[in-house]
Design a protein around this ligand. Structure first.
Ligand SMILES: Cc1ncc(COP(=O)(O)O)c(C=O)c1O
Length: 377
């Protein structure tokens, strides 16, 4: 079944007693037992809650994995995955990673003797060279943040299989609607569902899907043991958002393509990063591997003084962090999302004081372009 159909129908079949079309919000901490030694299948909401379960089964179906898991945030999801590793283990990681993930790895998990090597994961040979005997996983953002580099998920998965390591894909920017990492050989996917999956800037949530059932059992053990689960209200909001994933992303991508093309011709813009532009280095790969180019656009302006002007003068577009929702947002990665990346690394990666990032929403593209045009004046 097409993913648009699967997404629209998450939770539809859940309430057989009343036939409710949406899954009820089971706002309960605990569940009554019918008798000694018996259970309804639910005991305590950290271990399992029906609203969260509808979401977890829904994302697992969309992705084609054995089991899904919902967490209190994308960071909680990633932190839970790192519990699969032990003292001395090494991970190879995308270099222009979301700043929060980098902070979690470098400032917290290094304390538990995990080590990380950052490489350009759009360069297969660089990844191959970084793998050591103690490497246990490759952690890749399928489309990177904010420079929108494209990783060859199929080639990287083949390399991981050859070397016997796990391939974990943070697919936040593309979602299973545009890219299905398991079909290309990956083992685990992780999402900040706060972004495109929930899609309305109204909840913070994280999702993980595991392809293999035995590995999923381990992840469940960690989810239940640590307890950073998503509550029933936020699970419901995430499901509600996911139902419209396909129509939102179709519109967002259409808008992003038009805005990227407009920016590319603007005299005060020196560089546009959008994989939908044919000159983007990842254009051909993403065209083969995914169903679309996403709706994130980054661009550089001619002078640092323009950054503040654009941030403050845009009216339809909001100056705010986060991405993936229906409202268009603009951010300044150097001082916001990527502030936790060391300055020398930021410079090397091209995250500089003239780079702005747009998360393009579903508004009318002409209104968005007119807003940017007046902000540049
Ligand atoms: C690619 C990516 N992964 C993970 C996260 C963390 O997710 P959350 O903010 O839901 O904790 C983010 C947040 O911006 C992100 O952009």
């Amino acid at each position: 079944m097409n993913i648009a159909t699967q997404a629209a129908q998450i939770g539809l079949e859940w309430d057989t007693r009343t036939g409710a079309v949406t899954v009820p919000i089971y706002q309960t901490a605990t569940f009554r037992h019918p008798a000694l030694g018996q259970s309804t299948g639910y005991d305590y909401s950290r271990s399992g809650n029906p609203t969260r379960q509808a979401l977890e089964e829904g994302i697992a179906r969309l992705e084609g994995g054995a089991r899904g898991f919902a967490y209190a945030s994308g960071m909680a999801a990633i932190a839970n995955l790192l519990l699969l590793f032990k003292k001395g283990d090494h991970l190879v990681v995308t270099e222009d990673l979301y700043g929060g993930t980098c902070r979690l790895f470098d400032q917290i998990f290094t304390q538990y003797d995990l080590s990380f090597t950052y490489v350009d994961t759009s360069d297969l040979e660089a990844v191959r060279a970084a793998i050591r005997p103690e490497t246990r996983a490759l952690f890749v953002e399928s489309l990177t943040n904010p420079l929108l580099k494209v990783a060859d998920i199929a080639a990287l998965s083949a390399l991981c299989r050859e070397r016997g390591i796990l391939h974990i894909v943070d697919n936040t920017f593309l979602t299973p609607y545009l890219l299905r990492p398991f079909d290309l050989g990956a083992d685990i996917t992780v999402y900040s569902a706060t972004k495109y999956l929930a899609g309305h800037n109204d909840t913070v949530s994280g999702l993980v899907v595991v392809k293999d059932a035995a590995l999923a059992e381990k992840v469940y053990f960690h989810q239940n043991s640590v307890g950073a689960i998503l509550g029933p209200q936020d699970s419901w909001l995430t499901i509600r958002g996911m139902k419209t994933l396909s129509v939102r992303l179709d519109r967002q991508q259409e808008n992003a393509q038009r805005i990227a093309q407009w920016l590319a011709t603007h005299p005060l813009v020196t560089m546009v990063y959008y994989p939908g532009l044919s000159e983007h280095p990842g254009h051909g790969l993403l065209k083969r591997q995914a169903k679309g180019f996403g709706a994130m656009v980054a661009f550089e302006v001619t002078d640092p003084s323009l950054v503040e002007r654009v941030l403050l003068k845009t009216n339809v577009i909001s100056f705010a962090e986060s991405l993936g929702g229906v409202e268009t947002l603009i951010t300044f990665p150097e001082v916001q999302t990527h502030a936790d990346i060391p300055p020398d690394v930021r410079r090397r990666l091209g995250i500089n004081n003239v780079l702005l990032r747009l998360s393009v929403g579903i508004e009318d593209a002409d209104d968005l372009i007119a807003d940017l045009a007046q902000a540049f004046e």
